[in-house]
Design a protein around this ligand. Structure first.
Ligand code: HEM
Length: 363
């Protein structure tokens, strides 16, 4: 057997000497060893390792998105990588329970030795956020501190560079904007879709007005809500109104990308749109799990610290609570659910377009 296959040992391959030797308890160094500090260090290290894997997977997906052609096969490959990210994220959320076996009192035994170290200084977490699409100006700040000021100059430069590159949000938006089928011969998807929305709303209006089981007041309220939803849908599909809301910052996803995402959701049963639909779904799930992780971390912080400030100097749980809402990146994908209509109301696609949508699997 050549050296290539025989020379590596488990311990060397995994560099376990470094990894297993990397837990230095500050409490012990300072002469007052606290039993739970070992858990505290190991769990952070495990998180950082998983962050590294997430960055690796998301980076590979972003590479696939580069260029003008994101083929069918790549869509499935990208989805596969995101499924891995999702499984890792579930572990990240789940292992908070392990940390919660440490009581707030046990934490207090060594907490003071950590100041001013904080998860706020996790470089890899910031890379994950930026790669997903969190922009510097959308961040919650505290003590008027720029989030990146806690890093070395070199790390700050790296973050700035990553910020300039396409994030998952940018890449997905560009890909959606390139999706064909929105206009096909005489068939204009938006016009046909809005006709269906009107028909659906009229049917619902008749059903509400015709029922004898609810009071007039209740009927009026339902009609009002129905009209509001219809107005919201028409506004979302009006290019000018949509662009205005993007300019005002209430919406982030471009008009064309929104319409394409809607088309994919509505016609996801068409063979060619199944993979794009699955990919959008996985991205939404990754985004949701980041939010869930933030929420669980914040709950754990409440349990450990109550209203105390963080070791990094923030207001603690209060700051973290704000990030749950505001650092959510793909919110516009969730809003698409408001625009969905039942399969039975879907505009019928022209035969030629249907043929094209099936083309990939039938030729
Ligand atoms: C006893 C356990 C923990 C407590 C009490 C705690 C507390 C806090 C607090 C108060 C903050 C806000 C910044 C500050 O003022 O320090 C924070 C931020 C953060 N923590 Fe933790 N944390 C704990 C465990 C963890 C673990 C295990 C991780 C895993 C890596 C982690 C990752 C983070 C990250 C990434 C941030 C930055 C969040 C952001 O700015 O959006 N924390 N933590």
């Amino acid at each position: 057997m050549s050296d290539k296959y025989s020379s590596i040992h488990y311990t060397n391959y995994l560099q376990l000497d470094k990894v297993i030797d990397a837990q230095k308890l500050r409490s012990a160094e300072l002469g007052e060893p606290a039993h739970d500090e070992m858990l505290f260090i190991i769990i952070h290290q495990v998180y950082e390792l998983w962050f590294k894997q997430i960055i690796h997977e998301v980076g590979a997906v972003l590479e696939m998105f580069k260029g003008d052609h994101f083929e069918e096969k790549m869509v499935s490959e990208a989805e596969h990588k995101l499924v891995r990210v999702i499984e890792i994220q579930k572990i990240l959320i789940d292992q908070i329970k392990v940390l919660e076996t440490m009581t707030p009192l046990d934490f207090l035994e060594f907490r003071n030795y950590l100041i001013p170290a904080s998860g706020f200084q996790s470089f890899q977490f910031r890379v994950c956020e930026i790669r997903m699409g969190l922009k510097a100006d959308a961040r919650i700040t505290y003590n008027k501190t720029v989030y990146s000021s806690v890093f070395s100059e070199e790390q700050q430069k790296t973050l700035e560079q990553i910020q300039k590159e396409d994030s998952m949000f940018d890449a997905v938006q560009k890909w959606l904007e390139r999706i064909p089928f929105l206009n096909f011969g005489d068939f204009d998807f938006t016009t046909e879709y809005l006709k269906s929305v009107k028909n659906m709303t009229e049917r619902e209006r008749e059903a509400i007005l015709g029922t004898t089981h609810i009071s007039q007041e209740n009927k009026d309220m339902r009609i009002r809500m129905l009209d509001e939803t219809q107005k919201y849908i028409f506004n979302s599909l009006d290019e000018e109104a949509h662009n205005k809301s993007v300019a005002e910052g209430t919406t982030r996803l471009s008009y064309r990308a929104t319409v394409a995402a809607l088309l994919i959701h509505l016609y996801r049963d068409e063979p060619i749109l199944r993979a794009p639909y699955n990919l959008l779904n996985k991205i939404t799930e990754v985004d949701e799990l980041f939010t869930l992780y933030r929420y669980r971390h914040m709950q754990m912080v409440l349990r450990m610290l109550g209203k105390k400030m963080g070791t990094g100097g923030s207001s603690g749980a209060e700051y973290l609570k704000k990030t749950v809402e505001q650092h959510h990146i793909f919110q516009d994908f969730q809003k698409i659910a408001t625009l969905l209509i039942p399969r039975s109301d879907l505009p019928k696609l022209p035969d030629e377009l249907k043929k094209q949508l099936n083309f990939v699997y039938n030729h």
